[in-house]
Design a protein around this ligand. Structure first.
Ligand code: C5P
Length: 341
């Protein structure tokens, strides 16, 4: 534990990036209710920003700007802070912002934190925003408290917070297995950063409901093909892959998501919307995670930005319309490469 009070007086700022599932193979439901996954995931430049500062009083607080993230009390940031404090334990001995003894929620516990979250990643969209915030909160809290936890303890906290959280403790690209807790970092994609266009229709899709629909038979024609594509992509990344090669692979990757049919069963408007996007962009359109965010890959950010303009234009003139009451959120971003994050 560090005893440098000046360091901890300054707020701790963390970038909490979104993720994209380039592949998502889903196995059978396990006895614990979760499904075995095989997914190649990458971090995106699109990110929330989390700021933590030591605070007086007994209670962690959270203020959210940007996208509506739902009830603050249920936000994963607060759950992450609580779980991390428990793991740090009653043995916290840092000096706190007051420079005095421990001032935390209970005597001897790590002190309360005030969190601010600038929510730029669309919520409940298949982009892992909430999970990334939770991983960032874990890391930032340790720094704010001047505390340390072993990597396996951090992984354990992350896995209990949610299936996507462990990925965010790993590198910019990883193969994710188990229910999400087995994360093998992969070499990141080389070359100029690939552009990504994200289109998130304004429909709330519950991950749990999408998996439940998968369980009752909303599945693609050939699950073995998804698994093969996922295994192949992981091997390609392992041996070094350029962004140009990844973009060439987009056609295969766009169908390598076993939750496509399940998401479209719950929200039937997704199928025609994906067809409409294919028509406008003339590129393979994939889905991230359990959706509803759809993606297209480009050689550069500039190309993705141009595609952004095409989608906005089609939404304006009515030749494309999304399911949901409000306009889809359209974002051009890039896949993170080593050194970005
Ligand atoms: O772990 P997380 O809270 O993100 O999971 C949300 C829901 O998604 C779970 O309750 C479960 O129904 C489903 N899920 C699953 N298998 C996984 C991950 C999530 O069935 N590997």
């Amino acid at each position: 534990m560090s005893d440098d009070p000046t360091r901890r007086l300054a707020p701790v700022v963390r970038i909490a990036p979104a993720k994209l599932n380039l592949t998502l193979a889903v196995g059978n439901r396990r006895r614990d209710g979760f499904h075995e996954l095989h997914s190649v995931m990458v971090r995106l430049a699109l990110a929330d920003v989390l700021t933590l500062a030591l605070a007086p009083g007994d209670v962690d607080t959270l203020h959210v700007d940007g996208h509506d993230a739902g009830a603050v009390a249920e936000n994963l940031v607060l759950r992450s802070l609580a779980a991390t404090r428990t793991a740090v334990g009653a043995g916290w001995t840092g000096s706190g912002s007051s420079g005095g003894g421990p001032t935390g929620p209970t005597a001897g516990a790590a002190p309360a934190l005030a969190a601010r979250l600038d929510k730029r990643v669309p919520v409940a969209a298949g982009l892992g925003g909430g999970s990334s915030d939770a991983a960032a909160a874990l890391d930032a809290a340790l720094e704010a408290w001047g505390a340390e936890l072993d990597a396996h303890v951090r992984l354990d906290i992350a896995a209990r917070l949610g299936s996507d959280v462990p990925f965010f403790l790993a590198g910019p690209a990883a193969l994710v297995e188990g229910r999400g807790e087995r994360v093998r970092p992969l070499p990141s994609i080389s070359g100029p950063a690939a552009g990504v266009l994200l289109v998130t229709p304004a429909v709330a899709l519950s991950t749990e409901a999408v998996f439940a629909s998968f369980d009752v038979g909303a599945r693609g024609a050939d699950p073995a093909a998804t698994r093969a594509s996922s295994t192949h992509l992981a091997a390609e990344l392992e041996s070094g892959m350029t962004s140009a090669r990844l973009v060439e692979r987009a056609g295969v990757l766009a169908s390598a998501n076993d939750l496509l049919a399940a998401a479209a069963t719950i929200e039937p408007g997704l199928r025609p919307f994906r067809r409409g996007l294919t028509r406008v962009l003339r590129r393979p359109i994939g889905q991230s995670g359990s959706g509803p965010t759809l993606w297209a890959l480009y050689p550069s950010l500039e190309d993705a930005q141009e595609a952004h303009g095409m989608v906005e234009e089609a939404l304006d003139d009515g030749s494309l319309s999304g399911p949901g009451d409000t306009r889809p959120v359209v974002v051009a971003t890039t896949i993170e490469t080593e050194g970005d994050g």
